[in-house]
Structures are given as structure tokens and as C-alpha cells.
Design a protein around this ligand. Sequence first.
Ligand SMILES: [Zn+2]
Ligand SMILES: [Zn+2]
Length: 134
Amino acid sequence: MIHGSCLCKKVKFEISRKPNSLSHCHCSRCRKSTGHQAAFLIGNIRDFSMTEGVDCLTHYKPEVPWTLTRSFCKHCGSAIGGAEPDAGIYVVPVSALDDDPGVKPIVHIHVDSKPDWYDIHDDIRQFAGDYIAG
Ligand SMILES: [Zn+2]
Ligand SMILES: [Zn+2]
């Protein structure tokens, strides 16, 4: 079991199986919502469950076409992510994890949106826009 929580520990969740993927996202939306370039786990929605503090979450849904809901703790502001029922997946920022997810990053996505003030220093594949693991 992979555990996660927010900074104030009011919100807690569990992931029951190894996630499908871990991606570095360089888009401006992730930057604004997490503080910097963000890394996200993606897996099957059945493997994800909120165990505490669902009532402490608040949500922001960006404009179409950016449909990924941003969920965060209303007490401490930590980005939590969560289930995306329409897509059948969960999306969780690694910043919320308390355990090692057992996967390493596989891609850099939205590299076209990366600001000039940092560089990418690894050999992981880079995509200008999105990447759908298949
Ligand atoms: Zn919190
Ligand atoms: Zn992003």
C-alpha cells in the first residue's frame, strides 16, 4: 500500500497497487498549482481511495480543454489530486506521497511550456505536449 497525505495531515489517501506511470509535467497550470514543475502518478481509479479528510478538500476545474481537476486541502493548501471518474484514472502529485511509489519517471510532458529558468538534466523522453501511456 502506498500512502499519501497533505501537509497538515487532515487529508489522507491510499494507492493499493503500483501506479501505471510517473510523469514530469512542465505546463504552466502545474507550475501555478504545485509551485514548480510537477511530477504526477497515474493509475487505475480502482486502486485509489481517500481514507481521511474528504470534507477538507476543495476543487478547481480549469477551463476546457484542460479538464484535469485540481484538488487541494483547504486548511494547508497542499495539492492532492484524486480520482478522475470520466477517464477511469487517478492523478496524484508525488509531492503528496508518504511512501515510495515503486516507479520512476518515464516522460517529460508539455516541455514546450517549460520556462527558461530551469533545464532538464536527464535522458527521459520529452514530449512537446501531452503523452498518453499505451
Ligand atoms: Zn492539509
Ligand atoms: Zn501540467
